[in-house]
Design a protein around this ligand. Sequence first.
Ligand code: GLA
Length: 729
Amino acid sequence: MAILFDSTNRLFTLQTNHSMYQMKADRYGVLLHTWFGMKGSAFDYSYRIAYADRGFSGNPYDAGDDRTYSLDALPQEFPAYGSGDYRSSALKVRYPDGTSACDLRYLKHEIRAGKYSLPGLPALYDDSHNSDTLIITLEDIRRMFYVHLYYGVMEDLDIITRAVCVENHSNEDIYLENIQSVCVDYLYGDFDLHTFYGRHVKERNCQRTPVRHGIQSVGSTRGTSSHQYNPFLILSNHDTTEDNGNCYGFSFLYSGDFIGSAELDQYDQTRLLLGIHPDNFSFCVKPQERFYSPEAAMAYSDHGLGKLSRIFHRAYRNHLCRGKWTTTRRPVLLNDWEGVYFDFDGDKLIQMAKDASELGIELFVMDDGWFGKRDLDVSGLGDWVVNEKKLGCTLKEISDQIHALGLQFGIWFEPEGINEDSDLYREHPEWAMQIPGKLPTRSRQQLLLDFSREDVRDYIFTHICQVLDSARIEYLKWDLNRSLSDLYSAVLPRERQGEVMHRYVLGLYDMLEKLINRYPDMLIEGCSGGGGRFDAGMLYYTPQIWCSDDTDAIERLSIQYGTSFGYPVSTMGSHVSHCPNEQTRRIAPLNTRATVAMSGTFGYELDVNKMSEEEKEIVKTQIQEFKEYYDLIQYGDYYRLTNPDAVEAYHGWEFAAPDGSEALLCIVALQIHPNGPGRWMRLKGLKKDSIYTVDGKEYAGDVLMNGGLLLPTATEEYESFRIHIVENH
Ligand code: GLA
């Protein structure tokens, strides 16, 4: 059992294979946080807390004359607002009398075998039963509600998950105004905070800054996790590198508003919080009802950022993504979007599919433009009726022809979107999210449907199913092309309007769950204008997410590099597109575009009919090669060898088989210098004492890892190399 309880000290020690997390209910019943980090013995780490009489840090009444006991200074597991801890809090409620000061004390706990799940929310799962659950119940001192703190201890995965449930056991309504899923209090400062910021077509850039006094936070109030900041944060020591040093990762399994913050307090202690952003959030918990916060996953690595990422990769690949596509090879796809945009008919698509089938492509995806009145992005959203006039045939006819070519067939939807120029809007304007008496904010000339409403979701679900049932469809792309605004739901009373954002996300999850239940074998790819909803919440429903609308291979190096800190390559939608690139006009060799796209889900997004015979031959070999490397890339250990934004010449990354028996080294020459120096790349994840063959030459594993491999000389800008390293037998 990975959860130890020492009843004498009321001490909870959670152990994974390599990490440990500890809490203690102290003499006043305050739940202290005493350790997160390296695994050791289940010793009571509360000895590290220094108690001192500190001015302006008050004392709880029950501490009597003890002026050294202050919530303002103590490391706490779930600090609530208003009772003498002036740092950021994990919980703020509004009591029926309008006050908010809250004080939580330990009441009881329960240890259960297996990992908990959460109603209506994504959560990591563990079918192999190597995980356990701890639920610690705190009660507010006014005896109106319980706070159940959930911990999932995933021993083999080195992951600890958390979620919080508030249960109202009074006779009156209680309003939640802030609930954070994670709080970790460190007794010291000296941390770097790593965040992943960006914008549309430039997502998840890395930012690493020392945690300063005050609060540093990132978050989203867009109703989605957003292009701007990702709900994944790392705290590390200042000297932590890819391979060395301590670091802690925090990932939020949620696709709506979030906030992640680090606060360095007056006593040089650090508090890390991660949860729903409070700005667009309040939630009424009725008597006897429960509210569940979304789950967050935490991990610790004593071997740097690389190991931390690999912990998340393994957990998300195998214990977050669900269903057939977790273990089945995903088809190499051709998406028609950058090839034809809205300008197509059935014949054109079939022609593309014909060429695609000859190249070895396995799935043809018809992106935006096949429904309603949709020849531009200004109309038609909401009308999920096939535009047979535009296609010149039925959907079934297209699908049948594509299947006759040996391809699978996929289709794009934007279920949450609605254009004012649509039949649905004309019939149900009240289904669009807009506040009566206020003109709404438009984005891409569209509004959003009120997905917090079951009737709206049911309508859309029915219409999507009608389309999906009318033909053989194996893949669905679920897109969302704007941020939420004008939050309002016509079916909620005034005092519950603060629930709309969260209810919208719950509605989204509800519909996705229904979809995967009804079509369990369908591959669903998430998307929000590229990577605007690239988060662990979505991965519970969609095992892959379109990583960015920027398909330029060189730009993608940074985007996929940043994404790799928190997410495995098997989740990163990545395609070869044509050159000059649509977003940057850059020209990168076809081979390099494939090197980058192969380090993701791999597919093509161009008009294959316009490719030369020579290009088509190259594509054929790329697809064969990808299939050969599939297991290594998708299930292997991923190593970042360089940072594309810091490297001078050659950028590299590597996939190594978990047993070290082979590796694939990927190199892109970012600059070429005639008569330049030699370049080596040190490999990782090999067996020190084994002999490996690389391009016909033999090397010992330790030599490749210490001395490095001498790289071929690039003779063309952005040239790339894929180098296979195989252990001799
Ligand atoms: C978004 C997606 C693209 C494409 C378009 C269609 O921008 O990210 O891949 O599907 O919508 O409108």
